[in-house]
Design a binder for this molecule. Structure first.
Ligand code: SAM
Length: 300
């Protein structure tokens, strides 16, 4: 899989890819990353990438021409061209012309042909980046990440080139670079061969449900099985006593099915406490629902 990053701060990424799993994945060629300096696509003495906003207001806006040139240098055509002949509409409203500048320019993830490059605009106004979306991006061959700065990117770049706008959370960053790094990190660790333990991406927070994983019922429990959209359970390592707290006895007794049950209960407890919203979309068994009920009653 290849990521392309378009940024005015290519130096930002210098250290980011030099540690841990990402470094190994790059070294082994499981993932490649191209960092492209937007200023290389300017033609004036000052290498200008921004200008004042039409209509007034604070801040500056990234100009469309250098971005369009940068994307062209990566072989990225306007999405109308990219999708020609595929039967897919580049616009949610198929009747809208590129020049009409309707804001609904995002192609839904389901509608994008997998073999095409996916162009993503990092934006606080984007749809939320989730583990499910990371899983989906991990199936792509090439993802282009456009990093905004200042007040953002001229909207025509979004409309003409970008398949989706992506936000990494409900807060405003000063640039898209951190967001791009987050998207790359979360996505590349799901690529086959990147994590030491092939299945661990499925057994952590926001993981898929049991039904979607080949799970062995016996053996050491890596987890309670697929997270099914819940948060992960708490993890402990040696020493067994620390800070006056002892590791839960269940984890020490070697009874795998008891450990699985304990972990599932902890997942339910954590999710209920920290992210109750996730419970609505989670895959819950009858036993899970009973446990949840008991946990809720206990809290009353
Ligand atoms: N005026 C914009 C707004 O209010 O939505 C904020 C622009 S922000 C200061 C500059 C750039 O940072 C954006 O163009 C985007 O690329 C990036 N950015 C900021 N917050 C982000 C977020 N939550 N997720 C992804 N990218 C973000």
């Amino acid at each position: 899989m290849r990521f392309e990053i378009v940024t005015i701060f290519p130096g930002f990424f210098a250290g980011i890819f030099e540690n841990g799993i990402l470094r190994r994945a790059l070294a082994e060629g499981l993932v490649t990353v191209g960092v492209h300096d937007l200023r290389a696509f300017t033609h004036d003495r000052h290498r200008t990438v921004d200008d004042r906003p039409f209509g007034g207001g604070e801040g500056m806006v990234l100009k469309p021409e250098p971005l369009a040139e940068a994307l062209a240098s990566l072989g990225i055509q306007p999405k109308a061209e990219r999708l020609k002949g595929t039967g897919f509409s580049p616009y949610v409203d198929a009747a809208s012309e590129p020049r009409a500048l309707a804001l609904e320019g995002n192609i839904s993830e389901e509608s994008l042909p997998a073999s095409r490059p996916r162009v993503i605009l990092l934006s606080a106004q984007g749809r939320p980046f989730t583990q499910a979306l990371a899983r989906e991006l991990a199936a792509d061959e090439r993802v282009v990440l456009v990093c905004g700065r200042y007040e953002g990117v001229d909207e025509r770049i979004n409309h003409i080139y970008c398949d989706m706008e992506l936000s990494i959370g409900d807060y405003v960053l000063s640039g898209g670079e951190l967001a791009a790094a987050v998207v790359i990190d979360a996505t590349m660790r799901l690529l086959p061969g990147v994590l030491g333990n092939e299945a661990s991406g499925e057994f952590e927070s926001f993981g898929v449900a049991d039904a979607e994983i080949a799970v062995a019922e016996d053996g050491v429990p890596r987890s309670q099985h697929g997270a099914g959209g819940l948060l992960d359970y708490p993890h402990y390592t040696r020493p067994a006593d620390f800070g006056g707290l002892r590791v839960p006895e269940t984890l020490l007794n070697g009874d795998h099915s008891e450990i699985r049950r304990w972990r599932r209960e902890q997942q339910l407890r954590k999710t209920l406490a920290n992210r109750p919203d996730l419970l609505e979309g989670a895959t819950l068994s009858k036993e899970d629902r009973k446990l949840l009920e008991a946990i809720r009653l206990e809290a009353e």
